[in-house]
Write a protein that binds this ligand. Structure first.
Ligand SMILES: N[C@@H](CCC(=O)N[C@@H](CS)C(=O)NCC(=O)O)C(=O)O
Length: 226
């Protein structure tokens, strides 16, 4: 088990950024292995034969797959310093509920609001509005979803803090703004200005350029290209 932890990821992926952030919060040294998703490595396919997707965390030569499962694995394996999940069973269940809501509902609605047109886009934008209001409400009176410190819900919501902003900007639509979502905007500012988050996420303008360059392809396929 002495081998260094490895993270198979991609710099433009919000899912590998989740894992990177969790490892950095815990202070776990790791080797980052940048995958070319258009030409996946044989190792990635070997470690994740079911989905062939990043992120994959390799610990002691054993692969852990799916970003949210990896986050829980990291929290349980490197217990001690920064808690990613609350200790209290009720708070833990609640955190898992919001994480699932973000993953199952919010991400898709935000993503498709950027990459659809006409009536479909209108519907996705309405869904996004409703979901963002629910998150705005959940954040009331708190600095982070996790309270005073960054927790699993914040980490799961990384997509909202950076990707949703950059992608919507590259598609010239407004999804999250100060006027409608003051609490969420404040969270984004707090989250993105945290030193450990700054060290874990891709550079804003680089991400913007990445999506801007891929706009036509993504629009045609609607497939997540992050
Ligand atoms: N549910 C997965 C999603 C992972 C995912 O969608 N990864 C994308 C990159 S962001 C990927 O590897 N795509 C390659 C492909 O679909 O072939 C997780 O949370 O880890």
């Amino acid at each position: 088990m002495g081998e260094k932890v490895k993270l198979f990821g991609s710099y433009a992926s919000p899912f590998s950024s989740r894992v990177e952030l969790a490892l950095k919060l815990k202070g776990v040294p790791f080797e980052n292995i940048e995958e070319d998703l258009a030409n996946k490595s044989a190792l990635l396919v070997q470690y994740n034969p079911v989905h062939k997707k990043i992120p994959v965390l390799l610990h002691g030569g054993r692969p852990v797959i799916e970003s949210l499962i990896i986050l829980e694995y990291i929290d349980e394996t490197w217990d001690g310093n920064h808690a990613i999940l609350p200790k209290d069973p009720f708070e833990r269940a609640l955190a898992r509920f919001w994480v699932k809501f973000i993953d199952d509902k919010v991400l898709g609605a935000l993503w498709m609001s950027c990459w659809s047109e006409g009536e479909k886009q209108k519907n996705f934008m309405e869904q996004s509005k409703e979901y963002l209001e629910l998150l705005e409400n959940e954040l009331k009176g708190k600095k982070f979803f996790g309270g005073d410190t960054i927790g699993i819900v914040d980490i799961a919501a990384t997509f909202i803090a950076l990707w949703a902003i950059m992608v919507s900007r590259s598609c010239s639509i407004s999804l999250i703004n100060e006027e409608k979502h003051p609490i969420l905007c404040n969270w984004i500012e707090e989250f993105l200005s945290s030193e450990v988050v700054k060290k874990s996420l891709p550079e804003k303008e680089k991400l913007f350029a990445y999506f801007h360059a891929k706009k036509e392809v993504i629009f045609a396929t609607k497939a997540p290209a992050y």
